[in-house]
Design a protein around this ligand. Structure first.
Ligand SMILES: Nc1nc2c(ncn2[C@@H]2O[C@H](COP(=O)(O)OP(=O)(O)OP(=O)(O)O)[C@@H](O)[C@H]2O)c(=O)[nH]1
Ligand SMILES: [Mg+2]
Length: 216
């Protein structure tokens, strides 16, 4: 189906403190890496336009604070989100365990929010494999259980960073007709108030099929 309104995707970055959420976003948005640590207070908002499957897509992204102190507020930022990047630090096992909490929260509260798992700081394990604390296999198993994707990124080098956001945009466009905000609205007579027409990528195959998209 072709949808004529602007495509806006609300998304959120979740994960423990210092897992690299803000650096991931800064790398994606500005193409740079900030060495100096700036703890996020509450949350920060960033918007960026991308092209996904030939469509203009605006990603409206909430970067949340990892500190437990702000955990109760975080619900505000993931409410209505269509994608969540759950960040863990590949050198910190406890950060991986923590994303299970967010998986539970999202599964319970946000049936239309697709989860993406992101292991950050890849450059550290590339430099010294001994510092790896989370095996690729265990993260892949978690991603398979959720029928979603697992990325390993480095905001220092930029490796795989754009791929995460690109994938989110493409998955949303491919499955657009399944979201409530894109359902045809009906007027009082029951007529559709706008036209949906078939387009080529409805038929495109995806590892994120409609059936599996929200099944977790
Ligand atoms: N080597 C390396 N360090 C990183 C990378 N990403 C983040 N860091 C470092 O990790 C620390 C935390 O990064 P942030 O992006 O502030 O982490 P955060 O998840 O936003 O933290 P909170 O806002 O406190 O929740 C900083 O000192 C960064 O420089 C990376 O890809 N590679
Ligand atoms: Mg931050």
């Amino acid at each position: 189906m072709e949808y004529v309104n602007p495509i806006l995707i609300k998304m959120v970055l979740l994960g423990g403190q210092s897992t690299g959420k803000s650096c991931l976003l800064t790398r994606f948005r500005e193409g740079k890496f900030e060495k100096e640590k700036r703890t996020t207070i509450g949350a920060a908002f960033v918007s960026k336009k991308i092209q996904a499957l030939g469509k203009n897509v605006t990603l409206n992204i909430w970067d949340t604070a990892g500190s437990e102190r702000y955990q109760s507020m975080t619900k505000m930022y993931y409410r209505g989100a269509r994608a969540a990047i759950l960040c863990y630090d590949v050198t910190d096992k406890s950060s991986f365990e923590k994303i299970r909490y967010w998986i539970g929260e999202l599964q319970e509260n946000e049936q239309f929010c697709r989860i993406y798992i992101c292991g950050t700081k890849k450059d550290l394990i590339d430099n010294d494999p001994k510092v790896r604390a989370v095996s690729n296999d265990e993260a892949e198993v978690m991603a398979q259980d959720l029928q979603t994707c697992h990325f390993v990124t480095s905001s220092l080098t930029g490796e795989n960073v754009d791929a995460v956001f690109q994938r989110i945009g493409e998955d949303y466009v491919k499955n657009m007709h399944s979201y409530p905000e894109n359902q045809p609205k009906t007027n009082d007579d029951g007529d559709e108030s706008f036209q949906l027409k078939p387009s080529s990528h409805d038929k495109a195959s995806s590892s994120c099929s409609f059936a599996s998209c929200f099944k977790r």
